[in-house]
Write a protein that binds this ligand. Structure first.
Ligand code: LLP
Length: 404
């Protein structure tokens, strides 16, 4: 996103003009950004040559998945729906991993039938179910075991997944026990150790600890894994110019690990691929002045974009047209939903805002549209992909008459 003569552009498209053609609110993504993020991610880990499985939960738009597939990425899925969508996008089953604590027998059966690369199991009972289904199907199924390395990823509590108190994965003791118990199974082939310690991680040190826990488990068990799936979680810079994840250091940690262990590394990035490619374009319905504040009431709300309401997360809001008239008063950017938590951002000052102004809520490409709902019986917004001077509707705005 760039300003040209005070007008906001995504690639060569003027956002104010676009909002005259597409009804707001709508998500808009940049193809170029997406391409750059994928290439950057590959470059950061080029010496490791990993299999990169895009985490479909972060954005499951079919068109976006097709683009991602064309850049050679696989998929990390967590439900039958996501698996179907990834397959529909043309992603090869041999590049798909299936994670999650609560896979149903139906989901497991479907994943086996589709011959995906790995089912990453998270409990003994899940292993038993996989074994039972594989036995019935007379198959030997490749699985990963998800380790809970008991590491605090130093991220938001609500998106931390690698501590003992979190529901994910298997503790080191149980991991070793299960490895012994199942390694001779006729229907299960434990090929992978998987981990994922959380999301929006900006410090490489929790990753470094995670890799050393994996190293010690392999040493203890002398088990030969074909794959180590390190999950995703790489954080992005929502604040601009703040702390960034040190990819060089993370990559070096893995390189040193690979000197000792001949395995294929898998990553499951979501946010770092798609997060900063998207923004939610919204129009101002009213500006409501109170004694202390200006409430900027937008036509987008927490049903369109949940992260601020759900996690208190920060997203910049920038105008489609800069007017350089600063008003020194608190500005609360809120949605029309009947909840106080339906609020995106509060700033001490902002440029003068008028009704019908267009604003962009930034970095909403990951965990944006996928978390949208019909709360207050509002329609879910459209999604637009911008590529140079062209734009394409990659998902239509819901039809109010279909949902109401
Ligand atoms: N692999 C597994 C097993 C995961 O659970 C997740 C995310 C990922 C990969 C991808 O993580 P990423 O690279 O995107 O950080 N809704 C929250 C984030 C939830 C993340 C859940 N798991 C948010 O908006 O911050």
């Amino acid at each position: 996103m760039k300003y040209r003569n005070n007008n906001l552009y995504v690639e060569n498209i003027n956002i104010r003009s676009l909002s005259n053609k597409i009804s707001t609110p709508f998500y808009c993504y940049s193809f170029d950004r997406l391409k750059n993020n994928i290439n950057e991610f590959k470059k950061n880990f080029s010496t490791i040559n990993p299999l990169i499985c895009f985490s479909v939960k972060s954005n499951n738009n079919l068109n976006i998945l097709k683009i991602i597939k064309n850049f050679g990425l696989g998929a990390d899925v967590v439900s039958k729906g996501e698996l179907l969508r990834a397959l529909k996008a043309g992603i090869k089953p041999q590049k798909i991993v299936f994670s999650g604590v609560g896979k149903t027998p139906d989901e497991i059966s479907f994943a086996i039938q589709k011959k995906i690369l790995l089912i990453n199991a998270e409990s003994e009972n899940e292993l038993k179910i996989i074994q039972k289904i594989a036995y019935k199907k007379k198959k030997k199924v490749n699985v990963g075991l998800r380790l809970n390395p008991n590491i605090d990823a130093k991220t938001l509590k609500k998106i931390s997944t690698g501590r003992n108190e979190d529901k994910f994965g298997i503790s080191d003791k149980n991991f070793i026990k299960l490895l012994k118990k199942f390694h001779n199974s006729k229907n299960i082939n434990i090929k992978c150790l998987s981990v994922h310690i959380g999301s929006q991680i900006l410090d490489y040190r929790p990753y470094s600890k995670m890799v050393s826990v994996i190293d010690s488990i392999i040493k203890k068990t002398k088990y030969k894994f074909d794959y180590i799936d390190l999950g995703g979680g790489m954080g992005i810079d929502y604040h601009l110019n703040s702390k960034k994840l040190d990819y060089k250091k993370y990559s070096l940690v893995i390189k040193n690990f690979l000197k000792k262990h001949k395995v294929k590394i898998i990553f499951e990035p979501g946010r770092s691929i798609i997060g900063n490619t998207g923004s939610l374009i919204s129009k101002v319905i009213y500006v409501k002045s109170s004694l202390k504040k200006n409430f900027v009431i937008l036509d987008s709300a927490m049903n369109d974009f949940m992260r601020p309401a759900l996690y208190g997360s920060y997203h910049r809001i920038i105008p489609a047209i800069k007017n350089n008239k600063v008003i020194k008063k608190i500005h609360d950017f809120v949605g029309p939903i009947c909840e106080t938590t339906d609020s995106f951002l509060s700033l001490k000052k902002y440029q003068k805002v008028n009704e019908n102004d267009v604003l962009a809520i930034c970095d909403t490409g990951a965990y944006g549209i996928v978390l949208a709902s019909n709360y207050n019986l509002r329609t879910k917004p459209a999604e637009i992909m911008i590529n140079k001077s062209n734009f394409k509707v990659i998902s239509k705005k819901e039809n109010i008459n279909k949902i109401a």
